[in-house]
Design a protein around this ligand. Sequence first.
Ligand code: SF4
Length: 384
Amino acid sequence: MLGLYVHVPFCSAICNYCNFNRGLFDAELKARYVRALEAEIRQSTLINQSAIRNPQSAIRESDTIYFGGGTPSLLEPAEIGRIIQACRESFDVSADVEITMEANPETVNQPRLAAFREAGVNRLSYGVQSFRDEELRRLSRLHDADRARYAFAEARAAGFDNVSLDLMMWLPEQRVDDWLLSVDAAIALAPDHLSLYLLEVYPNAPLKDDMARARWSQAPDEDAEAMYLTAMERLESAGLIQYEISNVARPGRQSRHNLKYWRDGEWLGFGCGAHSTQAGRRWKNLSSTEDYVDAVDRRRPTAVEVRHMTPDEQLGDALFTGLRLTDGIDLDIVERRYNVDIWARFGKDLERFVEGGWLVREPSRLRLTRSGMLLAHEVMTVFV
Ligand code: SF4
């Protein structure tokens, strides 16, 4: 089934490390943007038809809707409800649909969360990043650790039984023990899901200048490895099982939406800069919020960078993303779908990773070991 992704590009402030497609909140632009989203979803086939040549046979059943950003929790619950309604009217949305909304702790309170739930959201993903205030200040985040804890309690009180937290490791001045304090603080809240990301300092990120001015540094590479491996062990001891390089969950609480990205699935993205993949085609919407709204208003295609992928490119992507999962790649499925013998094709290049203990070859599976996950990128480049 299809995943539906809805991008919300507004933030209350711009974090110093961020390279997502986002901008400062503007109430008037937000109102126009929500109307544009509804229109794009309702006319999704029509608007992009000429650009994408969307086949009539394309699947229209969906079991996940994901509001990502930016900060989707800056929208009003009624606006989220209108967008969900547009999805329901335009797609065959299953009864047990997973509807995730990313939220920043400082943007919510219990009545607002209850209203989001009423609107249809049944999974929350909080951008917590750290439970240490000095680290949050270095990242220029607007919340502190207490606000994050409180937001989590408010979500539970509002009836959310599926809550995920994002944490970031390898922060400026963060040592292994500092990081583990955040991991333990997250475990103490008993979330259903956690995503752990390694901070990447982009060349033009204001954080890079902040770090130079304040003489902050990142811990050595071996410490970053220790952060990752120790966190995964602690999380598993707490019942949060790793299922993807950066993600752990309680049984049955894996992100159904994100699994589509890793299991060679199909999804449609709505909103500025959103990506879509369907029937061997991949496309991206206009990145600028204004340009996107303008295109929808004028009923012009929002899709740019439309690419028809060759079977080889599709196979490469399926293997590249599938290897992110702890279960790895189901060789039977991939070989049937792409009519290829994976080992005959890539075995020579993969052998050294198997010998090094980073990759495991089972009769019908290929998967990374945990230490192999630290080298994932090297292994994956064999496929693309
Ligand atoms: S809240 Fe998220 S999307 Fe917005 S600026 Fe910060 S990191 Fe970027």
